[in-house]
Design a protein around this ligand. Structure first.
Ligand SMILES: NC(=O)c1ccc[n+]([C@@H]2O[C@H](COP(=O)([O-])OP(=O)(O)OC[C@H]3O[C@@H](n4cnc5c(N)ncnc54)[C@H](O)[C@@H]3O)[C@@H](O)[C@H]2O)c1
Length: 373
């Protein structure tokens, strides 16, 4: 199989979809890998490392797309890449199509076989390819919030962990999945006061067992959001309903009760976010804006801030799927890997993920009908 790796071009992006180690493994399995020059330069993987691993370096993204049967990326194709996608090509990347109607149209029109990392889902509900980036985004959310609370930014001047005699910041985390758990680890680790909300009592149970009372838990509903947002210095949004748009549960009236100089980190922004006053993602270049005296941070690619860790961690989880796809071909790979079957979003011009179809109000087709399964 011919696999292509273009350089990532989303704002502030540093990650690359394959490490030299992954390239070596694919080449050993007799696949060809084309990689755009300098694709890994920002995370310390120079072209010579890729060449040594057996990749062929090409100068432009156009060449990568033109030569490849499977394009492996990190972030969703940007508008300048839409033209480059080759009809019938397979694309493997984070896609978040529920908030990408234009890209969805392109993928359908060009009959791209698009597999979204974030909708690859195991029978027990785990999202094995969202997990590594959510671990990082969760940990980073607190690091970022701590910085934004500083007076040198626009924050309220609180040291997140406090000092003896001065109370720490209060951190409210909404969603107790991977992002929420990892945010709680860092926030409680530095001594902040932490409360975590989820709609699932089972998730709160897990948190309670891990933190043994050091993190407060409460069920997520409007009553508790109003109650805890008022006293929070930091709110981390960590909600997900896989494939679907996030619910706008931090409404403007809740936000108006928040303290001046407090911070909202809307990690869920890649699925539209949970904050009513955040209509658009921010970017690594312009990461926040202030409204109602509250700092709003809504960067959709937080792991790009720690691209080396993120690239290696992503590859730890993604390579087995990429390898399976390359070794077996699309149909055999999805038939033999139920979680990859769930990752397919578009195939032969049809939308085959039910949550994405519902979010975009487009017709849905069951993939099994198309592949005879
Ligand atoms: N911005 C970034 O750079 C970045 C990076 C990684 C992940 N993410 C995003 O972060 C979000 C969370 O990811 P995750 O891996 O933690 O998901 P997850 O599935 O592990 O956890 C999501 C949690 O949200 C809970 N939930 C659903 N509705 C809720 C509600 N109304 N109130 C409270 N909790 C609710 C679920 O019960 C679940 O426990 C996703 O949208 C993901 O794509 C963003």
């Amino acid at each position: 199989m011919i696999i292509g790796v273009p350089k990532e071009i989303k704002n502030g992006e540093t990650r690359v979809s394959l490490t030299p180690a992954s390239v070596e493994a694919l080449v050993e399995s007799e696949h060809t890998v084309y990689i755009q020059e300098n694709a890994g330069i920002k995370v310390g993987f120079g072209d010579e490392l890729y060449q040594h691993a057996g990749a062929k370096i090409v100068n432009t993204a156009e060449e990568v797309y033109a030569k490849s049967e499977i394009v492996v990326k990190v972030k969703e194709p940007q508008p300048s890449e839409y033209e480059m996608l080759k009809p019938g090509q397979t694309l493997l990347t984070y896609l978040h199509l529920a908030v990408e109607p234009k890209l969805t149209e392109v993928l359908l029109k060009k009959k791209i076989t698009a597999i979204a990392y974030e909708t690859i889902q195991c029978a027990d509900g785990r999202l094995p390819l969202l997990h590594p980036m959510s671990e990082i985004a969760g940990k980073m959310s607190v690091q970022i919030a701590a910085k934004l609370l500083e007076n040198s930014e626009a924050g309220n001047g609180l040291l997140i962990g406090g000092v003896p005699g001065v109370a720490p910041a209060e951190v409210l985390i909404v969603g107790a999945g991977t992002v929420g758990l990892n945010a709680a680890k860092i926030a409680s680790g530095v001594g902040a006061g932490v409360t975590i909300l989820d709609i699932s009592p089972e998730k709160l149970n897990i948190i309670d067992n891990i933190f043994n009372g050091r993190v407060k838990t409460a069920i997520s509903n409007r009553y508790n959001l109003c109650k805890f947002a008022k006293s929070a210095d930091v709110v981390v949004s960590a909600v997900l309903n896989p494939g679907a748009k996030a619910p706008k549960i931090i409404t403007k009236d809740i936000e108006k009760t928040m303290k001046k100089g407090s911070v909202i980190i809307d990690v869920s922004i890649d699925q539209g976010g949970i904050v009513e006053s955040i209509n658009e993602p921010t970017s690594i270049e312009r990461p926040y804006f202030i409204e109602h005296g509250v700092i709003h941070y809504a960067v959709p690619n937080i792991p790009a801030l720690v691209g080396r860790t993120a690239t290696v961690s992503l590859n730890n989880y993604s390579l087995p799927y990429i390898m399976k796809l390359a070794d077996k071909g699309f149909i055999a790979a999805v038939k033999s890997t139920p979680e990859m079957y769930k990752g397919v979003n578009t195939y032969q011009g049809k939308l085959v993920n039910t949550d994405v179809a519902a979010a975009l109000e487009l017709p849905y087709t069951e993939l099994s009908v198309l592949i005879g399964f």
